[in-house]
Design a protein around this ligand. Structure first.
Ligand code: PHB
Length: 395
């Protein structure tokens, strides 16, 4: 029963009672409204398989929670971003302004992700990045409403630089990548780790994204005869690069290293050309933990596919959203409490538990993996609890 001050007149009591009822009704309605999740991912082009795996992982986690996060049913709105930075601002604004989404999940491509981060920062919409490693997203562009469930481009690259110099004892390396933020930052991270550990990057080669005409550059590598090559490519481009590298006979003479994207989700298509390759990443096959085994069985059952790092990142984006929403009972407008819950959480990821740093990027183990058949088999932990330096992040 609602109690009113004794001096209230009968008329004010009626008005107050009506207001109280309206309030209860409004609250119930808000509780029932679906949470609109905007999935902005590549569903065409060289990164298509990555976008699909992220969506699959995200949906799997939501299904495991009975289709609800923080008590709210989920409604999806999808946009194909085509991994095209030129269309990114229009695409993200469709979700924010036309569809009025509550949260955005995306994307794969770093150039597209930076446009998304800018729009999210300006509008205050919650953004969870389930792949793109653009250092700036959790660096200078960091914001209380922007989170990442994946990695920064620096993280696996830096770890590989250390492995190549210290463990593999390589002295001179050539790098090769697509020329855009992710490739540039990956090469920089490798160079930093490699040169700090005594190696030297002697040449940096690139092709425009998403070109796959590698022949001239492979000829240049063969002539230069470095001790090692470090490459950043992913998806369809990684398949082509690794096959071309082997077809040129280079795999027999110059070991090819990379962040794990070079061989993740691609081994069926790469076949013999990838065998024995060493890469570094925050996920691996054969972790053999109860958490990862359960995830892999559930994923394979739902999608008739083996999960990869992208599936894990999508799954964990849903976990992070779920943690934030549970803390605010579904009211994503409570931004500070939402962020605080994710900041203090230990996320129970298939990759192993991780937390996010102040810049909202995962602090995580980076594994060294070796290609064996169709698996990126765990070799060891290359770097324990690696945190991105988050250069330029002020929050
Ligand atoms: C990126 O653009 O940040 C990116 C794309 C694909 C990957 C990794 C990073 O596999």
């Amino acid at each position: 029963m609602t109690r009113f001050p004794s001096h209230a007149t009968r008329a004010t009591r009626i008005v107050l009672a009506a207001a109280a009822l309206a309030c209860v009704g409004g609250f119930a309605q808000a509780q029932q409204a679906k949470l609109k999740v905007g999935l902005m991912l590549p569903y065409s082009g060289t990164y298509t398989a990555l976008g699909v795996a992220i969506e699959n992982g995200f949906r799997l986690n939501v299904e495991e929670q009975g289709g609800k996060l923080g008590g709210r049913e989920i409604e999806y709105v999808k946009v194909d971003d085509e991994s095209d930075p030129a269309k990114a601002t229009d695409n993200v604004n469709k979700l924010i302004k036309r569809d009025n989404v509550d949260v955005i999940i995306g994307t794969v491509h770093s150039g597209v992700a930076m446009a998304m981060a800018k729009a999210a920062k300006e509008s205050g919409t919650v953004l969870i990045v389930p792949n793109a490693g653009a250092d700036a997203v959790t660096g200078p562009m960091c914001a209380p409403n922007i989170f990442r469930s994946s990695f920064s481009n620096w993280q696996p690259a830096y770890a590989m630089g250390e492995v190549a110099a210290k463990q593999e004892k390589k002295k001179k390396a050539i790098t090769i990548t697509w020329k855009y933020a992710a490739g540039d930052e990956s090469v920089n991270g490798f160079k930093e780790g490699f040169e700090k550990s005594g190696g030297q990057v002697v040449k940096q080669l690139s092709v425009p994204f998403p070109n796959v005409e590698f022949q001239a550059l492979l000829t240049e590598i063969a002539a230069a005869k470095p001790d090692a090559v470090y490459a950043f490519f992913a998806g369809g481009g990684a398949v082509k690069f690794v096959k071309d590298y082997a077809a040129a006979g280079l795999d027999k003479t110059i070991p090819l290293y990379g962040p794990g994207f070079l061989t993740d989700g691609t081994l069926d298509a790469q076949g013999a050309s990838a065998q024995g390759m060493l890469t570094t990443l925050h996920y691996a096959d054969g972790l053999n933990t109860p958490r990862d085994n359960a995830f892999r069985i559930a994923y394979a059952k739902s999608f008739k596919l083996q999960p990869d790092v992208y599936a894990v990142q999508g799954y964990d984006a849903a976990q992070m959203l779920g943690i934030g929403l549970a803390a605010v009972k579904g009211d994503i407008g409570k931004k500070a409490e939402f962020a605080a819950a994710i900041e203090k959480a230990k996320i129970d990821s298939p990759r192993g538990p991780f937390s996010v740093g102040k810049s909202h990027n995962p602090i995580q183990d980076i594994y060294l993996r070796k290609v064996d058949g169709k698996e990126n088999k765990l070799v060891s932990i290359a770097t324990k609890s690696l945190a991105d330096p988050a250069r330029g992040c002020r929050m």
